[in-house]
Design a protein around this ligand. Structure first.
Ligand SMILES: Nc1ncnc2c1ncn2[C@@H]1O[C@H](COP(=O)(O)OP(=O)(O)OP(=O)(O)O)[C@@H](O)[C@H]1O
Ligand SMILES: [Mg+2]
Length: 241
């Protein structure tokens, strides 16, 4: 299995002495969609932020196609080929769809830029609304714009933090269907999700994180029927009370 993204034994957190990630390991093979699941506060967002260079990694490593990118500063990650779509504030609300994409594009070396025409072909909704302010898009369209902004830099791996948050079930389906189309263009995907059912429906594999460490891992189709999955969520809920 060729590792597109390998996060190994990562310990880290926001404040020294207060570990959030406690030896977390997640690997994503080239061309896979892997869902990163787990109860609230498990450290899912922290893990992808750590991989993206936004949260300090104290020990362990992050490798992209075999290259060590641990502690590469966040603004350099796009040049390494790692894309990250944060959960919120992932577009400029006052700028138009086109301006959002042009701005993302302007920051990328020409040699690794994907053409905006390609983005508009991948996301026809955005094509139709090029001139609309991003803040006026529907939630699903705004997520697609955030994804398109990240794709402009030709990432080999794209990490997304809860792209389905706040969307109706129908829109979740639309957004996830576009993520499959993104994967079909050769992008490997690590998808953080609260929406377990929908995530398992599009993922090849899933990893369940609890208290900063992976607790369960396997093919998505098998985990969908695995009682241990629900138990891990229920266990965390019981501890919170
Ligand atoms: N900026 C921050 N500063 C300090 N602690 C934080 C910060 N962000 C998150 N935490 C803490 O880190 C832990 C893990 O949070 P994280 O957001 O990574 O969880 P999550 O799995 O993404 O949860 P959710 O499903 O609610 O998004 C929590 O205890 C949270 O309080
Ligand atoms: Mg989160």
């Amino acid at each position: 299995m060729s590792g597109a993204l390998q996060i190994e034994n990562v310990e880290g957190g926001y404040e020294p002495g207060l570990p959030i990630l406690r030896g977390a390991s997640v690997s994503v093979a080239k061309g896979e969609i892997v869902a990163l699941l787990g109860p609230n506060g498990a450290g899912k967002s922290t893990l992808v932020k750590a991989a993206a260079g936004l949260v300090p990694v104290w020990s362990g490593s992050v490798r992209l196609a075999g290259r060590d990118i641990t502690r590469v500063p966040a603004h350099r990650m796009v040049h390494e080929g790692l894309g990250f779509v944060p959960q919120t504030e992932n577009v400029f609300a006052n700028l138009s769809v086109l301006e959002n994409l042009q701005l993302a594009s302007a920051l990328i070396a020409r040699s690794r830029r994907r053409e905006l025409a390609e983005m508009f072909a991948l996301f026809p909704d955005l094509d139709r609304q090029r001139k609309l302010a991003a803040g006026r898009l529907s939630g699903g369209q705004r997520q697609m714009l955030a994804v398109a902004r990240a794709l402009v830099a030709s990432p080999s791996v794209l990490m997304l933090d809860e792209p389905s948050a706040g969307l109706s079930p129908k829109l979740v389906g639309v957004v996830f269907e576009r993520l499959k189309a993104v994967r079909a263009t050769g992008v490997t995907i690590l998808l953080v999700e609260q929406n377990v059912k929908a995530a398992l429906a599009i993922a090849d594999r899933a990893v369940v994180l609890v208290e900063g460490r992976e607790r369960l891992e396997g093919p998505a189709a098998e985990l969908a029927d695995d009682k241990r999955l629900a138990a891990l969520y229920l266990g965390a809920a019981a501890e919170a009370h």
